[in-house]
Design a binder for this molecule. Structure first.
Ligand code: ADP
Ligand code: MG
Length: 250
């Protein structure tokens, strides 16, 4: 589904590259978490995938084809939810449909209503984002991301600003969505436990610049519960990941 082939990137004016010869592969339908210390370049990797930034070297493929010239191949949910405050919840959610065009108003209404129901926000469409709780806003932003229609979803620390219990509920909710839709999900987090709970595989940045991602299969099946995290094999992976990430701190 996604291939990085020796990809490099340097922000203009920065003395050193942020991404340096990075190669990795994600299969269709996988749920992969990308973990690494803050500032190591995780969000930059997402911006490269959705062409907000252009690599200075290497190739990025989606579905086996270079992303150059491709459109609508990924849904990107940036680090903060970024719902537009002057649009209602449903006007926010339908935005990707408007941008993409080619659909009648009725079709867009129907798709938007369905997305609202899917994320449990039936009846909230006419409200302003400020009337929603943090968890509800994240679900609305997620609904908007899925309406891009893309098979590849890029979620950048979507739950990090939520309180602990809401975060737990949102993780279960997201896994439920994924098990139903089986899209390919790439999910950034700096929370090792969150990565183990959600993903089939964890990609860990071994340092900054991102040049290599170590791949750790998660030894847990689906469906998962919070209790799954207490299993010895999950705890062993957690220790291994924390040890690896800590080695990188100055
Ligand atoms: P992460 O998401 O892992 O926390 P980022 O990808 O946001 O890391 O940033 C990686 C590095 O690139 C950081 O050192 C950051 O300061 C730098 N950086 C991020 N955005 C820009 C920018 N627009 N211009 C210059 N440097 C940037
Ligand atoms: Mg980031």
């Amino acid at each position: 589904m996604l291939d990085f082939q020796n990809v490099s990137f340097q922000y203009p004016g920065d003395g050193a590259p942020t991404v340096d010869g990075l190669s990795f592969h994600v299969d269709r339908g996988e749920f992969v978490c990308l973990v690494g210390p803050s500032g190591c370049g995780k969000s930059t990797v997402f911006r490269l995938i959705c062409q907000l930034l252009r690599p200075s070297g290497g190739r990025i493929l989606v579905g086996g084809r270079s992303i150059d010239g491709q459109k609508n191949y990924c849904g990107y949910m940036p680090q903060s939810d970024l719902l537009f405050p002057w649009r209602t919840v449903e006007e926010n959610i339908r935005l990707p449909l408007e941008i993409r065009g080619g659909r009648s108003r009725q079709e867009m209404d129907a798709l938007t209503a369905q997305a609202l129901r899917t994320v449990g926000l039936d009846g909230w469409g006419k409200r302003s984002p400020s009337e929603l709780s943090g968890g509800m806003r994240q679900r609305a932003a997620f609904a908007r991301t899925t309406l891009t229609g893309s098979e590849l979803l890029l979620l950048d620390e979507p739950f990090s600003a939520l309180d602990y219990l809401t975060r737990l509920a949102m993780r279960e909710w997201l896994l439920d969505q994924w098990q139903r839709e089986r899209k390919t999900v790439l999910f950034i987090t700096h929370d090792v436990e969150e990565a183990i709970f959600l993903s089939g595989r964890v990609l860990a940045a071994e340092g900054s610049p991102i040049g290599r991602l170590a791949s750790f299969p998660v030894p847990l099946g689906y469906p998962r519960t919070v209790e799954s995290l207490g299993r010895p094999e999950a705890l062993a992976l957690k220790r291994q990941l924390i040890a690896m990430l800590r080695r990188r701190e100055p």
